[in-house]
Ligand binder design. Structure first.
Ligand code: SAH
Ligand code: SF4
Ligand code: F3S
Length: 449
């Protein structure tokens, strides 16, 4: 009689590869997506070759970012024959929707960030052979994507989303169309996540949102400044950061919170976009140069020195040389520690797409170069302020080439430093470093024992 084989064949693990483009919100969304997929029985792999499911979490903030996604998708067309499935997530997915299936027919999943909580159901549909699975948002959802399965890559420093979407509709920006309407998480759920993270060893938390200052606690318990203080007081947390702040909603109690609580990092990223009130009006930013500078003056008057960084767009439709010069004088007045500057890129759906993109590409590049050079000079002087300071630095790794440790200042600046040969502090620990040299983008020092 033949023997009955009672061995259970192991179910082959489904493997996915995920590549992320774009901002910190996308990086953190990917951590949540990875956690969700692992919980659904998938394993993450490092190469497209090894994967059954290939996912791209995409960005469409400027045309170049969007093109990168389509270039990547066409590079990988060849894998289609091997039976792999492809999915497009994130802002290009939401923006282009089902058009992606026409442009890249081997894609079988298109999902924007406001639908990620439905990913498990979408995966079931994919596995059932549906090759047109969509998760697209109509700016109606009130729900946020809160999950306990977030797969954070860094063991010490992590993100928490506090608010999703955006209702500001700045004239140039795709985000309100790609990320849905503004919706906040409850303060209890944010604090519970901060506590879970602290319990598993995290000490540095960054609160995320397109507009963190628009946070409105659905339970009505805490203001944004109140939430900052509450997160900072979670036992085990040593540093709390937040990004991005919108000048219109940036209130004085945020500065007071930073003044009173040393665990709130002394750094604020406050995108100005332009130094010209006329242009700010055209951009629909809802503040003037003077109102922006008033917020800066609150920070400059604070008892702790607060480092300030910003974003700028050059070449917005109708930007005159006088407008541009006002941006330069604003840089000189504020003395930012970092500036992220971009050439204006006309984007679908936005109101500015109807304005003629009047500044030639060459002129945009010229203005960008002038601005970056001016800012480099400002930063070279600014960073000198740290010379001789003993700063607390969180260790992030080792720069083998230079034989130095790599760390982060509370003001989010990179610090390269030497230690004695006998002491090799662990990644994630905090040490005191005496700053001995200041470069335009980083600091150099030696550990104080
Ligand atoms: N929520 C943030 C910004 C998010 S987008 C805020 O309100 O400031 C990040 C940056 O990209 C913006 O600050 C802006 O400087 C830049 N950006 C957005 N749309 C752009 C466009 N169409 N062209 C060029 N830069 C753009
Ligand atoms: Fe875009 Fe403006 Fe919203 Fe920032 S506030 S995400 S720039 S629309
Ligand atoms: Fe890009 Fe979307 Fe972030 S457009 S910048 S990934 S919100």
């Amino acid at each position: 009689m033949p023997e009955i084989d009672t061995k259970i064949e192991p179910v082959p693990e489904k493997k996915f590869y995920l590549e992320t483009f774009g901002c910190q919100m996308n990086v953190h969304d990917s951590e949540k997506v990875i956690g969700t997929l692992i919980n659904e029985g998938y394993a993450q792999v490092d190469t497209v070759e090894a994967a059954d499911l290939v996912l791209y979490n995409t960005c469409s903030i400027r045309d170049k970012a969007e093109q990168k996604v389509f270039n990547r998708l066409s590079d990988y067309k060849k894998y289609q024959k091997q039976g792999k499935k492809f999915g497009v997530l994130g802002c290009v997915a939401q923006q282009e929707g089902e058009k992606i299936f026409e442009r890249a027919p081997y894609v079988s999943l298109v999902a924007g960030s406001a639908s990620y909580r439905n990913l498990p159901q979408m995966l079931v549909q994919l596995e059932a052979g549906n090759n047109r699975v969509t998760g697209l948002d109509d700016r109606q959802t009130d729900q946020t994507f809160d999950t306990e399965f977030t797969a954070r890559t860094n063991k010490h420093r992590g993100y928490i989303t506090i608010i999703e979407g955006c209702d500001k509709f700045c004239a140039y920006c795709v985000v309100p169309y790609t990320r849905g309407k503004e919706r906040s998480r409850t303060s209890q759920s944010v604090l519970a996540e901060a506590k879970r993270m602290a319990d598993s060893g995290y000490t540095d938390i960054q609160l995320l949102g397109q507009n963190v200052n628009s946070f409105k606690d659905p339970s009505g318990e805490l203001t944004f400044a109140g939430l900052l203080l509450a997160v900072a007081q979670v036992p085990g947390i040593r540093r709390v950061r937040f990004t991005t702040s919108h000048p219109r909603d940036f209130t004085r109690d945020i500065v007071e919170a930073i003044e009173s609580e040393p665990r709130l990092c002394d750094h604020v990223h406050l995108p100005v976009q332009s130094g010209s009130s006329r242009l700010l009006k055209a951009m629909l930013r809802e503040y003037t140069r003077e109102q922006y500078l008033e917020r800066i003056s609150w920070m400059k008057a604070a008892k702790r020195h607060i480092s300030i960084s910003t974003d700028i767009i050059v070449g917005f439709p109708g930007e005159t040389i006088e407008d541009f010069e006002q941006t330069i004088t604003l840089l000189e007045e504020v003395q930012f520690d970092a500036v992220f500057a971009f050439k204006y890129s006309a984007r679908p759906n936005t109101s500015a797409i109807r304005m003629p993109d009047s500044i030639p590409e060459e002129e945009k590049s010229k203005r960008l170069a002038v601005l970056l050079e001016r800012q480099r000079q400002i930063q070279s002087t600014n960073y000198q302020r740290h010379l001789g300071e003993v700063a607390q630095v969180m260790i992030e790794g080792r720069n083998e080439a230079r034989g130095q440790m790599l760390g982060r200042h509370s003001q989010n600046k990179t610090v390269n430093f030497t230690t004695s040969a006998l002491i090799q502090p662990a990644v994630g620990s905090y040490v005191d470093v005496r700053i001995t040299k200041a470069l335009p983008n980083s600091l150099v020092g030696e550990m104080v024992i």
